[in-house]
Design a protein around this ligand. Structure first.
Ligand SMILES: [Zn+2]
Ligand SMILES: [Zn+2]
Length: 232
């Protein structure tokens, strides 16, 4: 059997995410030391960071941060992929992970945090991007028809919500992703997703998840595969 790669699809670096305690270089070093092969950099895009008219400028800084990390990752044989975590207020306050974005896609976006869930979903659908509600039970799940999946979040305060996430995904045929929401070494939890070696970029990652219509996650020593019937 071919070796699957371990990735953490939910990480934050402190050049962009003010709540993070690690640089993108440290994320790469720490994740590599913990046995991961890759990560998706999902820095925050939220309204208290910048006014709407500065969205383009903000996106440029997100891309710059990613490129610096990407170069360092390349030198160490680690796969750093571009992502984003957008905080929306409609239909209610919630965080959204975007998988499958490109620099070109991000540069062309309107101010993302001003969109509704439906508008963001339609934009993502149009560009092959997957929209996943992060830690849906930290608040409550939004409309299942306007999302591709929900996340099992490995923060200490979210690990008791795994069964709720599984039940919601099952009820609506949605994907399940799993990430640690890495903000620094204070969360050493070993969780994430297993993907084939052909996944090298964020677009590969999204395309793989869509085509497989299933995801395989790991949480410490446990591995689980979830089907996403909506994508069959
Ligand atoms: Zn954060
Ligand atoms: Zn996050």
């Amino acid at each position: 059997m071919k070796k699957l790669l371990k990735i953490d699809p939910h990480t934050h670096s402190n050049g962009i995410s003010r709540c993070s305690h690690v640089t993108c270089e440290q994320i790469i070093e720490q994740k590599q030391a913990a046995g991961y092969d890759g990560a998706v950099l999902t820095n925050h895009c939220q309204e208290w960071y910048y006014p709407p008219e500065e969205h383009k400028k903000y996106i440029r800084s997100v891309i710059e941060e990613y490129r610096r990390g990407k170069a360092y990752a390349k030198s160490r044989g680690f796969r750093l992929m571009l992502g984003l975590e957008v905080t929306l207020n409609e239909p209610h306050y919630a965080d959204w992970l975007l998988y499958g974005v490109t620099e070109k896609f991000l540069r062309a976006t309107p101010c993302l945090y001003q969109l509704t869930q439906k508008q963001l979903f339609e934009l993502c659908e149009k560009h092959g991007v997957l929209l996943v509600q992060a830690h849906p039970y930290r608040q409550s799940p939004c409309a299942p028809e306007y999302m591709h999946g929900v996340e099992i979040n490995c923060s200490p305060t979210d690990l008791d919500k795994v069964e709720q996430v599984e039940a919601f995904a099952k009820a609506h045929g949605l994907m399940i992703t799993c990430g640690t929401d890495y903000h620094g070494a204070f969360n050493p939890y070993h969780g994430g997703m297993l993907v084939p070696a052909s996944v090298k970029t964020a677009t590969d990652f999204a395309a793989h998840l869509r085509a497989a219509a299933k995801t395989t996650v790991f949480m410490e020593e446990d591995e689980k595969t979830y089907l996403a019937p909506r994508f069959l």
